[in-house]
Design a protein around this ligand. Sequence first.
Ligand code: X8Z
Ligand code: ZN
Length: 597
Amino acid sequence: MKKLIYLFAFLVFSACSNKEKQKEAQSFLDQYTKEYMRLSAAAAEAEWGANTKIVEGDSTNARLVERTGEAFAAFTGSSENIETAKKLLTEESDLTELQVKQLKKIIYIAADNPETVSDLVKQRIKAENAQTEKLFGFTFKIDNKEVSTNEIDAILKDEKDLAKRLKAWEASKEVGTGLKTGLVNLRELRNKTVQALDYKNYFEYQVSDYGLTTEEMMNLIQRLNKELRPLYRELHTYARYELAQKYGQAEVPDYLPAHWLPNRWAQDWSAMVTVEGMNTDSVLKTKSAEWIVKDGEDFYKSLGFPSLPASFWQKSSLYPLPANAGYKKNNHASAWHMDLQNDVRSLMSVEPNSEWHETSNHELGHIYYYMTYTNKDVPPLLREGANRAYHEAMGSLMGLASQQKPYLEAKGLIAPGSKTDEIRSLLKEALNYAVFIPFSAGTMTEFEKELYAGNLPPDKFNAKWWELAKKYQGIVPPAARGEEYCDAASKTHINDDAAQYYDYALSFITLFQLHDHIAKNILKQNPRATNYYGNKEVGNFLKEIMYPGASKDWNSVLKEKTGSELSAKPMLDYFEPLVQWLKTQNKGRKHTLSESV
Ligand code: X8Z
Ligand code: ZN
């Protein structure tokens, strides 16, 4: 009995002391959050300006980015904040789960900006901005005539003359050359800043956001590469033979010359194929760029998501600049949560075609994720995706759903009841989703791992890039590309979204799992022929994933929502009928890719 009384007294005492500790932690978190929101909103506003209005020779944006970036870094990296968060975490078990997550986030953010190396942080902020300005302020030229990236993309998509394709491809890579020194410098600055808080390198730091080590992430990514390889190998052989014929080449090359493919980095080959009766491009051509974005909003609204706020339309930068604008903007699509509250914006250069239709759906996925986790239950510090891949998956999932026949029929984008070739449709999708895996999980991820964790020497950047492209994607440059070029740096993310590209590979795997679940268990439809439009149950399913943001663990979210762990099986099942078809097409053709990677 006495023991019980002691136990009771102990419990009351520890409950009280828990409450005290929680109060102390909460007071720190409240104070931190307030300042964090103020400083991050100011930095986001400066970044927005620097990405939407790049004026040659004008350093106003740069100065503002540096000033606000430094203030944000000084606060988030302050030794005092780090110490307080660490001290509070020593009594982790007394705190609520939400508090622990926020404190860990504070320490994670700090590692990018530690006060102890504030000079390095300042140099990095400056270097990051200079790199972005160079990348997006670049003037692309073909035959000495200025062209936009949209124009280069159109040539790579449609042009049959190989000489013209080569010029467009080469023009698209020119930007990389001038970015090499900046990349070498940024690699060092990024590595050194996170090393001050005991991460081995910047790659390890970014991967740790998933709760994984570099080795664990590489194993996971490698597994996906291996699982997708048999399908990719068939697609690769198919593309070599089909394209050789299309371009009138008597000889079929063992590896695909990069300028043969309809994308600057060979990451999406879907434009190789048109599907009769499903050619949305011909319909979209007749619409306006505004219509494309509105149509995306309409899709989300039909699932029960709200309208986009008026400020989205007022403040976003959605369309290409007129040729005489006198300034440039970032030409790569993105979505922004400016103030971690209701100011959401997108930066795009939408034109009325199927690529931008898909990209617009993708960006709206980010925007609706922002809007959904901005709620009373999710503290601003945890207003992020369950993990970064989830953030990418939402909009890509809607992009996939927006290309399926029953949806297109319901929306009047194709004639109802039109006869279409299902295998050809599946082929077009595989040339997008399956082709992307060796690029994202192979070339990009391996290159960045070598860059940050392997200290890749600058005189091997281009050799390494093309070695990986050949190994994973089976592509080769049109002609030897020496180290005077830096083709990796022509890819946006290498410069301004460093060491995170595996996010996209994981997002594709995740989205097929979610899609499979939605099709089979909610819609009771064939995953290859769904119509999400107007289905509130689908909307609720997505909202439930989005609502908690990062306040729930990502692996439990997937398990809870789909009943399974991360797995490529739904993606492989989806394309299963295509493998047989490809094997028949490829009979007698020479495979050049190894069976496994
Ligand atoms: O960068 C993007 C989005 C913005 S988050 C347009 N994506 C990757 C890319 O373009 O390389 C979407 C899929 C892959
Ligand atoms: Zn995205």
